[in-house]
Write a protein that binds this ligand. Structure first.
Ligand code: ADP
Ligand code: NI
Length: 216
């Protein structure tokens, strides 16, 4: 029989395939791979909890569940129970799903386990670099957000409630989240990858503004 991780991957894939805002199965697949890569250099991390956390972290994302923060751990718990996971594993994976999300520029991350740190790093690496740019515009389009409004400045949200409510243009999201992620990585492996992906964001923004201003 297929392993628990394999069966969870099949179920998540079936549930998330074809989503159009950058939170699709392929995002999950990239986070799963990156998290596994990071876990290899974090010997104390439980690879199964990391894999399950990566696979399940966006199944009940608050952004698509009316802002409900408990939806992610609840959906993860339901699926794991149905597939016969041990209660202790379920609790650890639920903690990853509860803690992983970005909650605003001024809101500190509070990961309670090494497994959350690894999955959070992997999720955030997929939010920056070329893929990050693509996902951010996909999300903006899916939410009918404007690409850029020169008069609207970014807001560094101090609470999750304020971050959740924000409806700004997509370029502001770079300043409100993406450019801040490099310095919020937990693992050494992720910091190294983030440095490269961050540089690409900076180059992209420079070019975006040059072209916006009608330069070559
Ligand atoms: P998190 O759980 O940390 O929010 P996700 O994996 O759910 O991370 O993905 C969040 C991604 O969705 C962002 O990195 C970005 O690409 C996109 N996104 C979220 N909010 C916005 C927004 N207001 N404008 C543009 N893109 C957004
Ligand atoms: Ni994600």
């Amino acid at each position: 029989m297929k392993s628990l991780v394999g069966r969870v991957a099949d179920a998540v894939r079936a549930a998330m395939e074809g989503e159009g805002s950058g939170h699709d199965w392929w995002h999950v697949w990239r986070v799963w791979r990156l998290a596994d890569r990071l876990a290899k250099t974090e010997p104390r991390a439980d690879r199964t909890v990391v894999a399950l956390g990566a696979l399940l972290h966006d199944l009940g994302d608050w952004k698509f569940h009316g802002g409900d923060e408990e939806a992610a751990p609840r959906e993860a718990g339901r699926l794991l129970k149905r597939l016969g996971a041990a209660p202790a594993v379920i609790a650890r994976v639920q903690a990853v799903c509860r803690e992983v999300s970005y909650k605003g520029a001024g809101v500190a991350d509070r990961p309670t386990s090494l497994e959350t740190k690894v999955v959070q790093d992997a999720d955030r690496l997929d939010a920056i670099g070329a893929i990050g740019v693509a996902r951010t515009f996909a999300y903006g389009g899916a939410k009918s957000r404007s690409m850029y409004e020169p008069g609207e400045k970014p807001v560094l949200h101090r609470t999750f409630a304020a971050y959740k409510k924000s409806r700004g243009h997509t370029i502001n999201h770079f300043h409100e989240k993406l450019l801040l992620l490099r310095d919020r990585m937990h693992t050494r492996g992720a910091r190294r990858i983030a440095a490269k992906r961050h540089r690409f964001l900076v180059t992209f923004l420079e070019r975006f503004h040059r072209e916006w201003d009608g330069k070559d």
